[in-house]
Design a protein around this ligand. Sequence first.
Ligand SMILES: NC(=O)C1=CN([C@@H]2O[C@H](COP(=O)(O)OP(=O)(O)OC[C@H]3O[C@@H](n4cnc5c(N)ncnc54)[C@H](O)[C@@H]3O)[C@@H](O)[C@H]2O)C=CC1
Ligand SMILES: O=C(O)[C@@H]1CCC=N1
Length: 271
Amino acid sequence: MSVVLVGCGNMGFAMLRGWIGTGTLPPGNVHVVEPLDTLRLRAEDQGVNVHSTAASLPAALAPAIVIVAVKPQVIGDVLADYGRYAQPGRDTIFVSVAAGVRIDRLEHALAPGAPVVRVMPNTPAAVGHGAMVMCANPSVTDRQLAAVRQLMAASGEVTEIADEALMDAVTAVSGSGPAYVFHLIEALSEAGRAVGLPDEIAGRLAMQTVFGAAAYARESADDPGTLREQVTSPNGTTAAALDVLMRPGGLAALIGEAVTAARDRAVELGR
Ligand SMILES: NC(=O)C1=CN([C@@H]2O[C@H](COP(=O)(O)OP(=O)(O)OC[C@H]3O[C@@H](n4cnc5c(N)ncnc54)[C@H](O)[C@@H]3O)[C@@H](O)[C@H]2O)C=CC1
Ligand SMILES: O=C(O)[C@@H]1CCC=N1
């Protein structure tokens, strides 16, 4: 199966690393189109074929999947260069990871009835721990959907949704979500320094705590609320901290506001 990856920035490269690292795709079967020299060289280091424009893809190439990871603002223009793969008789599936951009706009930029799968990935795909949410249009056959599912599964856990309207909420939770968690690591690390820990120890403890808590929550039969209670001794240190985090307007309210802002921005990007 040959795959064309259009755009190898933060998200495109995260997926590429996952596909090559897990051996899901032989590097020779992957063609990356990326105009920026540094990013094209970074992709080339993975052993894949690289191109600066769509025009330099081999004329005889018949990709199974064209996956587009460019900014929402340019995706319409970029897709126009790949319309040849959407012509009748072709069997190419188009995958877009762009936030907000609806399937009807993608189809419009390609050809009416082109098989399109919208995917909302996240950057932990780079290490095979992404959250990958897929939504396909009716033109995608079961066989084509299985091919996309298989590729996405190399990047992490796959969830399929039928209602495209949910994609903006998905984007706000799991697409942007790693940034919230990275910020938590930053904040916990900074707070550790503020109470006297050396930089390196504060950073390491913050990182391992977030990693360990997520791994434990994922494995455990208990829900996160129960796991939180298990850490919280009555009148102990955690209770003192949670009195701050769980007060009115605390962390839950802040995260709620943040997710709503991200969801609203995804809606705007789709206009
Ligand atoms: N960064 C993230 O965590 C996530 C990003 N996304 C989506 O992924 C898409 C890409 O986002 P990022 O990777 O963060 O942006 P980015 O700016 O890092 O990557 C976009 C890449 O597209 C390249 N590009 C521009 N025009 C091109 C063309 N004509 N042909 C080929 N490549 C071209 C740019 O040179 C750039 O390297 C966006 O639509 C975003 O909504 C979705 C989920 C998570
Ligand atoms: O910030 C953004 O718009 C993209 C979409 C989800 C994560 N990054």
